[in-house]
Design a protein around this ligand. Structure first.
Ligand code: XBP
Ligand code: MG
Length: 236
């Protein structure tokens, strides 16, 4: 039986990428005097690389190492990421980034059913906690048994490492857990860790390959606006 649900964050709990992380990266580039700008479609391509620091490192291969990066690419990516994380957290305060439809309801209903909740994400823990707090209150992070985020594992999604890290701490077999993801790299990570996975798509991910998913949904739905089942069965 189902004992825990492990949620991805970006694109799954909230549409954080286009109007959140992307905007925060661009603000960081401006603040640091770089002439880089990531438009929506460029960012869509760059999302193939999970992790903000890794994404910056990948972009350096295309745009070249800026003059400002005197301490090398790794230190440069880390400093961009720190500035970007500050801007991302400010965006969560104003204008704010809401949770996707059905997310708050599902979290509440799972807790009421004594299903344990966990998070497995590529992004920085402080960004995740700030998103939860901004939308669900100061101690929102305490509602999750395990939060696996950012650099706690060396290999980010699509590697299964973050899901394995979370499962180990939950102390549960993969067979008792369900993953909720929004992207192909996320689905690959969860599937490689042996987890059944429900996918809720968004604008950046809707055309990706989700053949390995238990079900593909438009979103998690609200009573007055149910989700659409895009593939699979409602009972997996
Ligand atoms: C999320 C990511 C992250 C975010 C930005 O992927 O790839 O890098 O874009 O967060 P997933 P950071 O939803 O598959 O976990 O800049 O803090 O990495
Ligand atoms: Mg995601």
């Amino acid at each position: 039986s189902l004992q825990a649900v492990i949620f991805d964050v970006d694109g799954t709990l909230a549409d954080t990428e286009r109007d959140g992380h992307r905007v925060a990266f661009n603000a960081a580039f401006r603040e640091l005097g770089l002439d880089w700008q990531w438009d929506e479609s460029t960012y869509g391509e760059l999302l193939e690389t999970g992790g903000g620091k890794e994404r910056v490192l990948r972009y350096i291969q295309r745009a070249g190492l800026p003059d400002a990066a005197q301490d090398g690419p790794q230190a440069f990516a880390a400093s961009v990421h720190a500035v970007k994380t500050r801007h991302f957290k400010a965006l969560l305060q104003h204008p704010g980034i809401p949770l996707r439809p059905g997310v708050a309801r599902l979290l509440r209903e799972l807790r009421q059913a004594s299903v344990r909740l966990a998070i497995a994400t590529t992004s920085a823990e402080e960004s995740v906690v700030a998103l939860l707090q901004a939308n669900l209150g100061e101690d929102a992070a305490n509602g999750f048994d395990v939060i696996g985020a950012g650099d706690v594992v060396a290999e980010k999604k699509p590697a299964p490492d973050i899901y394995r890290w979370v499962q180990e701490r939950l102390g549960l077999d993969a067979a008792c857990c369900l993953a909720v993801e929004d992207s192909n790299p996320g689905l690959r990570a969860a599937t490689a860790a042996g987890l059944k996975t429900v996918v809720t798509v968004n604008g950046y991910t809707s055309r990706q390959d989700f053949a390995a998913a238990t079900a593909v949904l438009s979103d998690l739905g609200e009573p007055e606006r149910p989700f659409r089942l895009l593939r699979g069965t409602a009972h997996g």
